[in-house]
Design a binder for this molecule. Structure first.
Ligand SMILES: Nc1nc2c(ncn2[C@@H]2O[C@H](COP(=O)(O)OP(=O)(O)O)[C@@H](O)[C@H]2O)c(=O)[nH]1
Ligand SMILES: [Mg+2]
Length: 259
Protein backbone atom coordinates (compact mmCIF):
# COMPACT_ATOMS: atom_id res chain seq x y z
CA UNK A 1 0.00 0.00 0.00
CA UNK A 2 1.21 3.51 -0.79
CA UNK A 3 2.28 5.80 2.06
CA UNK A 4 -0.47 8.32 1.22
CA UNK A 5 -3.16 5.60 1.39
CA UNK A 6 -1.84 4.46 4.78
CA UNK A 7 -1.91 8.06 6.02
CA UNK A 8 -5.53 8.57 4.86
CA UNK A 9 -6.58 5.32 6.54
CA UNK A 10 -4.80 6.29 9.74
CA UNK A 11 -6.48 9.74 9.75
CA UNK A 12 -9.92 8.14 9.34
CA UNK A 13 -9.29 5.66 12.18
CA UNK A 14 -8.00 8.38 14.53
CA UNK A 15 -10.99 10.59 13.59
CA UNK A 16 -13.43 7.81 14.38
CA UNK A 17 -11.78 7.08 17.74
CA UNK A 18 -11.89 10.78 18.71
CA UNK A 19 -15.56 11.07 17.62
CA UNK A 20 -16.47 7.95 19.63
CA UNK A 21 -14.67 9.19 22.77
CA UNK A 22 -16.32 12.63 22.44
CA UNK A 23 -19.83 11.18 22.12
CA UNK A 24 -19.23 8.71 24.94
CA UNK A 25 -18.09 11.41 27.37
CA UNK A 26 -21.08 13.59 26.48
CA UNK A 27 -23.57 10.79 27.00
CA UNK A 28 -22.20 9.85 30.43
CA UNK A 29 -22.34 13.47 31.60
CA UNK A 30 -26.08 13.43 31.15
CA UNK A 31 -26.58 14.70 27.60
CA UNK A 32 -28.92 11.92 26.61
CA UNK A 33 -29.78 11.07 23.05
CA UNK A 34 -26.38 11.59 21.42
CA UNK A 35 -25.48 7.96 21.90
CA UNK A 36 -28.38 5.61 22.62
CA UNK A 37 -28.31 4.63 26.30
CA UNK A 38 -30.83 1.88 25.69
CA UNK A 39 -30.82 -0.74 28.38
CA UNK A 40 -28.61 1.11 30.88
CA UNK A 41 -31.31 2.54 33.15
CA UNK A 42 -32.22 1.26 36.60
CA UNK A 43 -35.70 2.58 37.43
CA UNK A 44 -36.84 3.03 41.03
CA UNK A 45 -40.64 3.10 41.23
CA UNK A 46 -43.34 2.12 43.72
CA UNK A 47 -45.37 3.46 46.56
CA UNK A 48 -45.08 6.98 47.94
CA UNK A 49 -43.06 7.08 51.14
CA UNK A 50 -41.57 3.61 50.63
CA UNK A 51 -37.97 4.86 50.45
CA UNK A 52 -37.05 5.32 46.76
CA UNK A 53 -35.48 8.75 47.16
CA UNK A 54 -33.66 7.68 50.31
CA UNK A 55 -32.04 4.87 48.29
CA UNK A 56 -31.31 7.20 45.36
CA UNK A 57 -29.50 9.62 47.69
CA UNK A 58 -27.65 6.79 49.42
CA UNK A 59 -26.42 5.48 46.04
CA UNK A 60 -25.47 8.99 44.95
CA UNK A 61 -23.72 10.29 48.06
CA UNK A 62 -22.83 7.11 49.97
CA UNK A 63 -24.79 8.35 53.02
CA UNK A 64 -28.35 7.84 54.26
CA UNK A 65 -29.92 11.31 53.95
CA UNK A 66 -31.59 12.94 56.99
CA UNK A 67 -34.38 14.45 54.89
CA UNK A 68 -35.44 13.87 51.31
CA UNK A 69 -37.68 15.74 48.90
CA UNK A 70 -39.75 13.54 46.66
CA UNK A 71 -41.57 16.00 44.43
CA UNK A 72 -39.70 15.47 41.18
CA UNK A 73 -37.95 12.78 39.16
CA UNK A 74 -34.34 12.39 40.29
CA UNK A 75 -31.84 10.94 37.87
CA UNK A 76 -28.08 10.53 37.65
CA UNK A 77 -25.45 8.25 36.19
CA UNK A 78 -24.22 6.34 39.22
CA UNK A 79 -21.58 3.79 39.94
CA UNK A 80 -23.46 1.00 41.71
CA UNK A 81 -20.62 -0.74 43.53
CA UNK A 82 -22.72 -0.44 46.71
CA UNK A 83 -25.14 -2.88 45.05
CA UNK A 84 -22.32 -5.12 43.85
CA UNK A 85 -22.77 -4.02 40.21
CA UNK A 86 -19.57 -3.19 38.40
CA UNK A 87 -20.87 -0.77 35.80
CA UNK A 88 -22.48 2.65 35.77
CA UNK A 89 -26.26 2.84 35.51
CA UNK A 90 -28.56 5.73 34.76
CA UNK A 91 -30.62 5.57 37.97
CA UNK A 92 -34.07 7.16 37.79
CA UNK A 93 -36.16 7.73 40.93
CA UNK A 94 -39.77 8.37 39.88
CA UNK A 95 -42.18 9.65 42.57
CA UNK A 96 -45.05 7.31 43.46
CA UNK A 97 -47.79 9.87 42.81
CA UNK A 98 -50.14 8.83 39.98
CA UNK A 99 -49.35 11.93 37.94
CA UNK A 100 -45.88 10.50 37.20
CA UNK A 101 -47.17 7.23 35.66
CA UNK A 102 -47.19 8.81 32.19
CA UNK A 103 -43.38 8.99 32.41
CA UNK A 104 -42.96 5.26 32.98
CA UNK A 105 -42.81 4.00 29.39
CA UNK A 106 -40.12 6.54 28.45
CA UNK A 107 -37.82 5.35 31.26
CA UNK A 108 -38.86 1.70 31.07
CA UNK A 109 -37.92 1.53 27.38
CA UNK A 110 -34.28 2.09 28.45
CA UNK A 111 -34.41 0.04 31.65
CA UNK A 112 -32.36 -3.07 32.29
CA UNK A 113 -34.14 -3.64 35.59
CA UNK A 114 -36.87 -2.06 37.67
CA UNK A 115 -36.95 -1.89 41.47
CA UNK A 116 -40.52 -1.63 42.76
CA UNK A 117 -40.68 -0.33 46.34
CA UNK A 118 -43.23 -1.30 48.97
CA UNK A 119 -43.29 -0.30 52.64
CA UNK A 120 -43.06 -3.56 54.61
CA UNK A 121 -44.30 -1.77 57.73
CA UNK A 122 -47.53 -0.55 56.15
CA UNK A 123 -49.84 -3.43 55.26
CA UNK A 124 -52.73 -1.03 54.56
CA UNK A 125 -50.88 0.35 51.54
CA UNK A 126 -50.41 -3.03 49.86
CA UNK A 127 -53.81 -2.90 48.11
CA UNK A 128 -52.72 0.36 46.44
CA UNK A 129 -49.37 -1.22 45.70
CA UNK A 130 -51.15 -4.03 43.75
CA UNK A 131 -52.76 -1.47 41.43
CA UNK A 132 -49.45 0.26 40.94
CA UNK A 133 -47.61 -3.01 40.36
CA UNK A 134 -50.22 -4.10 37.82
CA UNK A 135 -49.33 -1.01 35.75
CA UNK A 136 -45.65 -1.91 35.94
CA UNK A 137 -46.01 -5.62 35.13
CA UNK A 138 -48.24 -4.88 32.12
CA UNK A 139 -45.98 -2.12 30.77
CA UNK A 140 -45.40 -2.63 27.04
CA UNK A 141 -41.75 -1.56 27.28
CA UNK A 142 -41.02 -4.03 30.09
CA UNK A 143 -43.05 -6.98 28.83
CA UNK A 144 -41.60 -6.72 25.31
CA UNK A 145 -38.03 -7.20 26.63
CA UNK A 146 -38.97 -9.23 29.72
CA UNK A 147 -37.20 -6.73 31.94
CA UNK A 148 -36.63 -8.10 35.46
CA UNK A 149 -38.54 -6.47 38.33
CA UNK A 150 -37.26 -6.66 41.91
CA UNK A 151 -39.86 -5.96 44.59
CA UNK A 152 -37.95 -4.21 47.36
CA UNK A 153 -39.77 -4.70 50.67
CA UNK A 154 -38.18 -1.73 52.41
CA UNK A 155 -38.21 -0.82 56.11
CA UNK A 156 -37.69 -4.52 56.93
CA UNK A 157 -35.90 -3.83 60.20
CA UNK A 158 -36.02 -6.45 62.94
CA UNK A 159 -38.49 -5.91 65.75
CA UNK A 160 -40.67 -3.43 63.84
CA UNK A 161 -43.41 -5.88 62.87
CA UNK A 162 -42.41 -5.57 59.21
CA UNK A 163 -44.18 -8.10 57.00
CA UNK A 164 -42.10 -10.95 55.59
CA UNK A 165 -41.46 -11.13 51.85
CA UNK A 166 -43.59 -14.33 51.74
CA UNK A 167 -46.54 -12.45 53.26
CA UNK A 168 -46.10 -9.45 50.95
CA UNK A 169 -45.82 -11.75 47.94
CA UNK A 170 -49.07 -13.47 48.88
CA UNK A 171 -50.99 -10.19 49.49
CA UNK A 172 -49.77 -8.77 46.16
CA UNK A 173 -50.63 -11.97 44.27
CA UNK A 174 -54.18 -11.84 45.64
CA UNK A 175 -54.51 -8.15 44.71
CA UNK A 176 -53.07 -8.72 41.23
CA UNK A 177 -55.38 -11.68 40.58
CA UNK A 178 -58.42 -9.47 41.32
CA UNK A 179 -57.12 -6.91 38.82
CA UNK A 180 -56.31 -9.58 36.24
CA UNK A 181 -59.94 -10.72 36.42
CA UNK A 182 -61.52 -7.25 36.43
CA UNK A 183 -59.23 -5.41 33.99
CA UNK A 184 -57.68 -8.21 31.98
CA UNK A 185 -60.88 -9.76 30.68
CA UNK A 186 -62.18 -6.50 29.15
CA UNK A 187 -58.94 -5.76 27.36
CA UNK A 188 -58.49 -9.33 26.17
CA UNK A 189 -62.01 -9.48 24.75
CA UNK A 190 -61.43 -6.22 22.88
CA UNK A 191 -58.11 -7.56 21.59
CA UNK A 192 -59.64 -10.92 20.65
CA UNK A 193 -62.33 -9.08 18.69
CA UNK A 194 -59.53 -7.42 16.70
CA UNK A 195 -60.30 -3.89 17.87
CA UNK A 196 -57.86 -1.54 19.50
CA UNK A 197 -58.52 -0.65 23.10
CA UNK A 198 -58.80 3.06 23.90
CA UNK A 199 -55.89 2.48 26.23
CA UNK A 200 -53.74 1.65 23.20
CA UNK A 201 -54.06 4.96 21.42
CA UNK A 202 -50.38 5.87 21.48
CA UNK A 203 -49.21 2.36 20.81
CA UNK A 204 -47.49 1.17 17.65
CA UNK A 205 -50.02 -1.65 17.38
CA UNK A 206 -51.09 -4.92 18.94
CA UNK A 207 -53.10 -5.57 22.06
CA UNK A 208 -51.99 -4.31 25.49
CA UNK A 209 -49.99 -6.91 27.45
CA UNK A 210 -52.00 -8.92 29.93
CA UNK A 211 -50.86 -9.94 33.38
CA UNK A 212 -49.74 -13.56 33.55
CA UNK A 213 -51.63 -16.17 31.58
CA UNK A 214 -54.50 -14.90 29.39
CA UNK A 215 -58.09 -15.43 30.55
CA UNK A 216 -59.39 -16.04 27.02
CA UNK A 217 -57.89 -17.33 23.79
CA UNK A 218 -54.78 -19.50 23.28
CA UNK A 219 -52.96 -20.52 26.47
CA UNK A 220 -55.90 -19.31 28.62
CA UNK A 221 -55.86 -20.25 32.28
CA UNK A 222 -58.32 -19.67 35.09
CA UNK A 223 -55.71 -20.58 37.72
CA UNK A 224 -54.99 -17.64 40.06
CA UNK A 225 -52.07 -15.39 39.19
CA UNK A 226 -48.70 -16.25 40.70
CA UNK A 227 -45.52 -14.23 40.12
CA UNK A 228 -43.98 -17.14 38.20
CA UNK A 229 -46.57 -16.41 35.45
CA UNK A 230 -45.35 -12.85 34.97
CA UNK A 231 -43.73 -12.08 31.61
CA UNK A 232 -41.20 -9.94 33.49
CA UNK A 233 -39.25 -12.13 35.94
CA UNK A 234 -40.08 -11.00 39.48
CA UNK A 235 -37.96 -11.45 42.61
CA UNK A 236 -38.27 -10.18 46.17
CA UNK A 237 -35.79 -8.48 48.48
CA UNK A 238 -36.25 -7.58 52.15
CA UNK A 239 -34.14 -4.47 52.75
CA UNK A 240 -33.68 -1.51 55.05
CA UNK A 241 -32.29 1.49 53.21
CA UNK A 242 -32.15 3.45 56.44
CA UNK A 243 -30.07 0.78 58.18
CA UNK A 244 -27.93 0.40 55.06
CA UNK A 245 -28.98 -3.23 54.63
CA UNK A 246 -29.18 -3.74 50.88
CA UNK A 247 -27.87 -7.32 50.74
CA UNK A 248 -30.97 -8.95 49.29
CA UNK A 249 -31.46 -6.16 46.73
CA UNK A 250 -27.86 -6.49 45.67
CA UNK A 251 -28.21 -10.27 45.28
CA UNK A 252 -31.51 -9.99 43.40
CA UNK A 253 -30.15 -7.37 40.98
CA UNK A 254 -26.92 -9.25 40.32
CA UNK A 255 -28.92 -12.37 39.52
CA UNK A 256 -31.47 -10.50 37.38
CA UNK A 257 -28.83 -8.59 35.42
CA UNK A 258 -26.63 -11.63 34.85
CA UNK A 259 -29.27 -13.08 32.49
N1 LIG B 1 -37.89 2.83 59.02
C1 LIG B 1 -37.41 3.11 57.82
N2 LIG B 1 -37.73 4.27 57.24
C2 LIG B 1 -37.23 4.53 56.00
C3 LIG B 1 -36.40 3.60 55.32
N3 LIG B 1 -36.09 4.13 54.11
C4 LIG B 1 -36.69 5.32 54.03
N4 LIG B 1 -37.38 5.57 55.18
C5 LIG B 1 -38.15 6.78 55.51
O1 LIG B 1 -39.37 6.76 54.79
C6 LIG B 1 -39.76 8.09 54.46
C7 LIG B 1 -40.05 8.21 52.98
O2 LIG B 1 -38.84 8.02 52.27
P1 LIG B 1 -38.66 8.55 50.76
O3 LIG B 1 -37.29 8.13 50.33
O4 LIG B 1 -39.02 9.98 50.64
O5 LIG B 1 -39.78 7.68 50.01
P2 LIG B 1 -40.24 7.77 48.49
O6 LIG B 1 -41.53 8.55 48.48
O7 LIG B 1 -40.46 6.37 48.07
O8 LIG B 1 -39.17 8.46 47.71
C8 LIG B 1 -38.62 9.01 54.94
O9 LIG B 1 -38.99 9.56 56.18
C9 LIG B 1 -37.46 8.07 55.10
O10 LIG B 1 -36.54 8.49 56.09
C10 LIG B 1 -36.07 2.37 55.98
O11 LIG B 1 -35.36 1.50 55.48
N5 LIG B 1 -36.63 2.19 57.23
MG1 LIG C 1 -39.33 10.05 46.46
Amino acid sequence: METSAVLILLTIVIGLVIAFLFLKSNSSSGLQGILPSSGSTLALVGEMGAGKTTLFELLKTGRVPKTVHSLAVNQADLNLTKLGLDSTYHVVDIPGHGSFRSEYEKHFSKSRAVVFFVDAQNDLRLADASHHLYTVLTSRALVKRRVPVVIACNKSEDGTGALSTARIRSILETGLEKLRKSRGTGEEIIAAAGRRSQLDEDDEGGPAPTLGKPLVGPGASSAPFVFEDSACPVSFAAISVKAGNLTQLSEALQKALAK
